[in-house]
Every structure is written in structure tokens, then in C-alpha cells.
Design a protein around this ligand. Structure first.
Ligand SMILES: CCC(=O)Oc1c(C)cccc1C(=O)O
Ligand SMILES: [Zn+2]
Length: 308
């Protein structure tokens, strides 16, 4: 095949079978996806590695027969598969070629540390823990988690929102909002990998932030220095605004396009909640006109959470 590109069968974190793109070289198969536009354009790929429960070095994911069904491969299968879906969404729906807009390679590392209940954008790549099996299972097992992490990278290359206080809560919220556009079956975040022993809960709820301990209105804003000024707490307020808007216009994809355009064209590193409202209104006007029904719905969506 072209560039030794193969589609392979993989088993994900939750035992679900899926097709992933791999590359054959040096007598074995690598978890390297050369099927995206980025490869033909810049030679860069989607590449997934494993930390093998360490924290410093990451190692190639290889498989001799291109059937990726070992338990130790599950986190990588999902990190690789969902990274490809997030790449496809940004490219096909929003016209953005990877997180930098210029076809940058997308790198993920799984099995970071031991029983690690966390996932993060490290600045140059995504990193996922295995979870402790009680609070989380392997975190790459959720489409919305992968979309959330990769959108942190998009945010760094667009608005550059500083990760503290109101700009940090917006940084968090934009990741949740874009994740909810891609993983669009519910308004929950992280539910597929969160508390396997409890059903119906989630890391966060965008429709009802209070369900997971977040404020849903400006008059409930939490003034704190912990968690970089409460970035994972106060994100509930702009999350609820996104939920209000997407449901009022009946389209997550249109809401997501306005949110993405706001971040790319109208927001900066120090944008606060009021500035985010103005930026989304500017984006909405640019895309659909200030006389559109979307514009009115958007104003209402923000005023319903006390942001003007
Ligand atoms: C939805 C993904 C998410 O929120 O990941 C985090 C976790 C699980 C812990 C701490 C930080 C993050 C993050 O990416 O902000
Ligand atoms: Zn985040």
C-alpha cells in the first residue's frame, strides 16, 4: 500500500473493536497514521507511544501481526483512534489542519505513570494515565477526553488563553465545548472513563454543571487560588452558556463553529468571561450576521449565566 499504510483491527479501553491506521516498516507494524492530509502535505503523522508506566521515556507501539488486541495495547488503540477523529473534525468541519493549522504531527503517550488519574496536553503532545481503576479507567478511552486535550493545543495556537482565573476557565471551557461538539451524544464530559463502578455520573456536566459541583451562573463564581484560580470549577459558567446557545439554536456544530472562530479571530491570552461573550458575538456576526436569530440566541445564552 502507499507508504506501507495499513488499516488494522484494534481493541479499545472498554473492549470495543475498531479500525486504526498503522504503518509497516522494518519488518513490523507501528502505531503511526499516515492517512491524514498532514502526511501528504508535510510528511507529519499521528503517532502514538507508550510510557510503559514510567514517566520519562516513551516507546514505540509496535505489533508483529497488526492485530492490536493485547490488554497492554488498549489505551494506545483509543488514543490513536480518537486523535484521528479529532484531527478529522478540525480538518473537515472547521478547515483547520491539525492543532497549529499547518499540519503539525499529533503525538500521544499512554500508560503514563502508575494508576494516574489525569490526562493533559504537555505542550508538545498529549499524555494519558491509566487511572486507578476506581476514579478513572485509562483516560484515552473517551472521545471527549481526547478532544478536550487536543483542543488545549488548538487554544494555545489560537486565543492563547492564559491557564488561570477567568481566561483559564475559558481555556478549560473551550476544550469541553469543542469536545461536546465532537462527542455529541450527551452533555457530559469524561463519563466513558470516569468511575466505572458508578453509572450516570461524569467528570463534568455542561447542561447541569452543579451536578458535578460546578457553578452555572456568574453569581456563583468561585474566587479561589487553588487549581490555578478554579479553572476546572468556574468553567461551568461558560460551559452552561455554550449549552444554552447550542440547544437554543438546535445545532452543536454551528455553535462549535462560532466558538472556534471566536477563539481564532477574536480572543486573546487575557480574555475574560465578558470578553468571551463579545468575541462569540463578533464571530457570530462575522459568520451569520448581527441580525441573525443566532445573534439574539447567543446574547440570551450569555445573559442566562449572568455574563454581559
Ligand atoms: C476532560 C479531560 C480532562 O479534564 O482532563 C483532565 C483531568 C482528568 C485531570 C486534570 C486536568 C485535566 C484537563 O485536561 O484539564
Ligand atoms: Zn483541560
Amino acid at each position: 500500500a502507499v507508504n506501507h499504510v495499513h488499516s488494522a483491527t484494534g481493541v479499545g479501553v472498554r473492549g470495543d473493536t475498531k479500525s486504526i491506521n498503522t504503518t509497516y516498516k522494518n519488518g513490523t507494524y507501528y502505531m503511526e497514521d499516515r492517512t491524514k492530509y498532514m502526511y501528504s502535505q508535510k510528511g507529519s503523522t499521528i503517532n502514538t507511544y507508550t510510557f510503559n508506566n514510567g514517566t520519562s521515556s516513551q516507546y514505540y507501539m509496535t505489533d508483529a501481526d497488526n492485530t492490536w488486541n493485547a490488554s497492554t495495547q488498549r489505551a494506545a488503540v483509543d488514543a490513536h483512534y480518537y486523535a484521528g477523529k479529532v484531527y478529522d473534525y478540525y480538518y473537515n468541519s472547521l478547515g483547520r489542519n491539525s492543532y497549529d493549522g499547518n499540519g503539525h504531527a499529533i503525538i500521544s503517550g499512554v500508560r503514563y505513570s502508575s494508576r494516574y488519574n489525569n490526562a493533559f496536553w504537555e505542550g508538545t503532545q498529549m499524555v494519558y494515565g491509566d487511572g486507578d481503576g476506581s476514579t478513572f479507567i485509562a483516560l484515552s478511552g473517551a472521545y471527549d477526553v481526547v478532544a478536550h486535550e487536543l483542543t488545549h493545543a488548538v487554544t494555545e495556537y489560537t486565543s492563547g488563553l492564559v491557564y488561570s482565573y477567568q481566561s483559564g476557565a475559558l481555556n478549560e471551557s473551550w476544550s469541553d465545548a469543542m469536545a461536546s461538539v465532537m462527542d455529541s451524544n450527551d452533555w457530559l464530559i469524561g463519563e466513558d472513563v470516569y468511575t466505572p463502578g458508578i453509572s450516570g455520573d461524569a467528570l463534568r456536566s455542561m447542561s447541569n454543571p452543579a451536578a458535578e459541583g460546578q457553578p452555572a451562573h456568574m453569581n456563583q463564581y468561585v474566587n479561589t487560588s487553588s487549581d490555578n484560580g478554579g479553572v476546572h470549577t468556574n468553567s461551568g459558567i461558560p460551559n452552561k452558556a455554550f449549552y444554552n446557545f447550542a440547544t437554543s439554536i438546535g445545532s452543536r456544530s454551528i455553535a462549535g463553529k462560532i466558538w472556534y472562530t471566536a477563539s481564532r479571530d477574536y480572543m486573546t491570552s487575557s480574555t475574560n468571561f465578558s470578553g468571551a461573550r463579545a468575541a462569540t458575538l463578533s464571530a457570530c456576526a462575522a459568520l451569520y450576521g448581527s441580525g441573525s436569530s443566532y445573534y439574539t440566541s447567543l446574547k440570551n445564552a450569555w445573559s442566562a449565566v449572568g455574563v454581559y
